[in-house]
Every structure is written in C-alpha cells, then in structure tokens.
Design a protein around this ligand. Structure first.
Ligand SMILES: Cc1ncc(COP(=O)(O)O)c(C=O)c1O
Length: 482
C-alpha cells in the first residue's frame, strides 16, 4: 500500500498577510498527494478489494472531538494511511466485480481536483458561466454519442436516483400541474417493471405519489417488462378513476442488465399521455457502440433519460446526466426565484437552479470534459467492447465447464454475467462469502426467479482477462470446497 512520507513539519500559517506560507505548504503536500495517488493506482490491484475493518473500528479510532488547534498536513496524511485506508473498499480495483464496477480515471481525478480548487458554484449563469456552458456542451457531446435527438437538454445531477426523481416530478407537472400548488390527491399512478431500480419507487415516495401508486409491471422470462401487462394495468387504473402519469423503462436493469421493450412501452405512453422516462444509468454507455445503438431505439419518443457517467464511463462518483426533450416542463416544475437570486434573463444564459431541487451546482462537468477529451470516443469504445467480450467469454466458460457446477441464469447483453451454483441458495451465498473473503475479488448477488444468483460485473479500465479468469477459478475452488 502506498504510504505518505513519515516526516514532521511545522504547522503553516493561514494569515492572509502571509498567504505565501499557506500556499507553499499546500504545494508540498499537494505534490506528495498526487504521488500517493499515482502509487495507489499503480498498486491497487495488489490490495484486498474489500475493507478489512470491523464495524465501528474506524469510528472508534478517531477522536471524539474535533481538534481545537490545526494540524500539519503530514499528521493528517499519516492518519489517512493508518486509519482511513484500511476501511476503504477499493472501487477502483480491477477485480471489483460487484454491483456495477466502475473507474475513477486519472483525467477525472485531475478534473475533480481543479473543480475543488475553483470552488465555483453555477447556481445561475452569472455565478459561473463556465459551469453552465461547459456542462451544456459536454452533455451535448454525450447526447450525440447516445444517439438522442438534437434539442434535448442535458443537466448534471449527483446520482441516477436524483435524476429519476426529477423525471417523476416532470411527469407530475405534465399530467397534473395543479399538484405543484395544491399537493397530490393520491390518484397519480406510476408504472415500472418489477426489475427496475429501487430509486424509481423511492423517487415516487419522495415526491408524494405514494408507494401504493407504484405498479410493478411483471417481467418476462428474460426479465424485460411485459408491455401487454403494462397496457392492461394502465387501462384498469383509468377505469378505476386513477390518473396514470408516468412510466419508467429500464435499459440495463440492475440485477440482470435486461432491456425493456422501449418501442412498445413508448406506444403505450403515447396512447395514454404518460411521461416516459428511460433509466439507462448503467447500460446507456453501451449505446455509444454502433453495434449496440439499438438498445436505445425508441428513446427518441421518451420524455427523459438518465445515464450515469459514474458507472461505465470512467468518471468517479458522482455524475449523473439527465436528458429531457421537455426542458420547459422541468423548468416549470422547479423554477422559484426569490428576490436575492434574481438575475438578468438571456436566452443563452442557463440558470441551472431553475432546473432542479438543488440551488448550488457543483462543477461536475469539468471531470467529464477531462474524461471525454483524454480518452476520446475510440478508446472509450475499445474499453466497452472488451468488457462486453469478456462477459461473453466468461459466460461461455461457465456454460462449457465439463463439471457443470454453475449455470448461466440470464442473457448477457453487456458486461454483467448472472450465474448460480447448481445447488441451494445457502450454498450460493457460502460460495460468494468465500470468494469475497479471499480479498482477491469482490462479487455481489441478487435474486432472480426467487433464487439467489451471483453477479460478476466488469467495468474497470484496469481489468484484464486474467482478472476475470481468476474470479472464475476462485468460484470453482469455493464450490469444490463446499
Ligand atoms: C439501473 C439503475 N438505475 C439507477 C441506479 C441508481 O444509481 P445512483 O447510485 O446513481 O443513484 C442504479 C444503481 O446501480 C441502477 O443500476
């Protein structure tokens, strides 16, 4: 594990009259920190993926009160090594195969650092034209790569959960605009598949739609929303006096990465006047490949779409890109300008605070701009292709294993493989526990068809085919040792 130098230095001053001492202190510690990051990224594959601490251990090791006197960087960095690092689960590890694996890439790290240095806040255009316009341009590049129509507006929020919650508010604003002033009567109904991410239901809860008004449309044998049942449910709700207002389709569901039938869902949404939101948080990246572009076929008929750069696009958490073809409705839903925030109106000056809950707007797009420029489309496509290929190769290894110990339980359209040991749920959980305890890999599990299923998600830039094979060997060994 990389270590910060074990040296002592004097506490610097932050006296504005002696500013240069404060800056030179930062310069020295900053160089050292960048060196630490480089060593970390060079050696992270040799570290255990999972944190080695017991619950409460880090908390108990930290002083119960904040320091009265400031401390030198050296002391803080030493404690970072000694206390914090053992409690870190290494999401940047090439054998992190849990959830949706991702990468905090080097250009993004520098972009994040510069954003913090500038500490600029794009709440409205004037408070930082750079935040508004770089974000607008960068998201328009992403829009083009996703093949979304020209004219869709993009805005950056923190997470897909936030993006989808904003989509639900837009849907409400489109279908029931009176709710903004009067509150909900509890008759609005949202539809999403039984495989959709919990953030959709949570969004509906947060917005006051009510959990009972979220219809979980059953999915088919391949975990895709059953559009015929969706149509039936909407019709039933309408005849019962309810107001269907929103349908959320998922392109790349969390458990199995299944793809909902967007064109059929879009037709139902259009027939009944529902807002159609597309959750492409993970798999949207695959649409950047011409051979997978069709997964977003029909998205042009949607009203909004979320795509997370912090999943499969080399960007450290957090950066969620929300796109909508109805920015007018997004603005109508959220604009509320007190006197102290009034500013000049200009059609080209975007006031980001009008387009969502948060007032403050972090310069997140800076790290994405660094990523897109540093890697370019070709290298990004190459990474996506190799991850998709390795998922196929792993699925082939699992299916062709002569011992037939494991079986593939879902189609593998992207970089996630869902499989299970041909035994009990307890045995599958025991295998998972054993391979994760090795420290060499980290996989997660889910439930499909009421059975515990293991998931291996490829998504880190540093991952090699050997890393994937190592996971497979560990799984076979753990199964043999049951
Ligand atoms: C399909 C899908 N949507 C939304 C989310 C939520 O993402 P976030 O953590 O950015 O809120 C996830 C998380 O894995 C996801 O898989």
């Amino acid at each position: 594990m990389p270590k910060f130098a074990d040296s002592d230095s004097m506490l610097s001053t932050d006296d504005p009259e002696n500013w240069s001492s404060y800056i030179s202190d930062f310069r020295r510690a900053g160089h050292e920190t960048v060196d630490w990051i480089a060593n970390y990224l060079a050696t992270v594959r040799d570290m255990p993926v999972l944190a080695s601490t017991a619950p409460g251990q880090l908390f108990d090791s930290l002083p119960s009160e904040a320091p009265n006197q400031g401390e030198p960087f050296e002391a803080i960095l030493r404690d970072f090594d000694r206390l914090v690092m053992p409690a870190v689960t290494q999401w940047n590890h090439p054998r992190f195969f849990a959830y949706f694996a991702c990468t905090g890439s080097t250009p993004a790290i520098l972009g994040e650092m510069l954003a913090a240095a500038l500490n600029t806040n794009g709440l409205h255009w004037k408070t930082s034209p750079a935040v508004a316009e770089l974000e607008q341009r960068t998201l328009d590049w992403i829009r083009q790569w996703l093949g979304l129509p020209e004219g869709w507006m993009g805005i950056v929020y923190d997470t897909a959960s936030t993006s989808s919650m904003h989509a639900i508010v837009c849907a409400r604003e489109m279908v029931a605009p009176e709710v903004r002033t009067e509150g909900s009567r509890g008759d609005l109904v949202l539809y999403t598949s039984d495989q959709s991410h919990s953030s959709i239901e949570k969004g509906a809860i947060a917005v006051g739609i009510g959990q009972n008004n979220v219809r979980k449309v059953p999915s088919d044998a391949n975990f895709r929303m059953n559009a015929e049942v969706l149509a039936q449910l909407v019709a039933e709700d309408k005849s019962a006096g309810k107001r269907p207002f929103c349908v959320v389709a998922t392109i790349g569901t969390t458990s199995s990465t299944s793809v909902d039938p967007l064109p059929e869902i879009a037709a139902i949404a259009e027939k009944h006047g529902l807002w159609l939101h597309v959750d492409a948080a993970y798999a949207g990246a695959a649409a950047m490949l011409p051979e997978h572009r069709d997964i977003l076929g029909g998205a042009e008929r949607a009203h909004s779409l979320v795509f997370n750069a912090h999943k499969w696009l080399l960007t450290p958490i957090d950066l969620s890109a929300f796109f909508t073809r109805r920015p007018d409705i997004l603005r109508r839903a959220f604009a509320l300008t007190p006197e102290y925030l009034k500013t000049q109106e200009d059609p080209r000056a975007h006031n980001l605070m009008d387009y969502g809950v948060p007032l403050g707007h972090r310069f997140r797009a800076l790290k994405l701009w660094f990523v897109l420029r540093y890697f370019g489309r070709d290298r990004i496509q190459a990474m996506l292709r190799r991850h998709i290929q390795w998922a196929q190769d792993l699925a082939a290894l699992i299916s062709s294993d002569p011992q037939r110990t494991f079986e593939i339980v879902a189609p593998v359209p992207f970089s996630v493989v869902c499989f299970r040991y041909q035994g009990t749920d307890d045995q599958n959980r025991a295998i998972l526990e054993r391979v994760n305890q090795s420290g060499r890999v980290f996989l997660s599990s889910t439930v499909l068809n009421r059975q515990t299923v293991l998931r291996l998600a490829i998504g880190n830039l540093a991952t090699t085919w050997d890393d994937v094979q190592e996971a497979w060997q560990l799984l076979k060994k753990a199964a043999a040792e049951l």
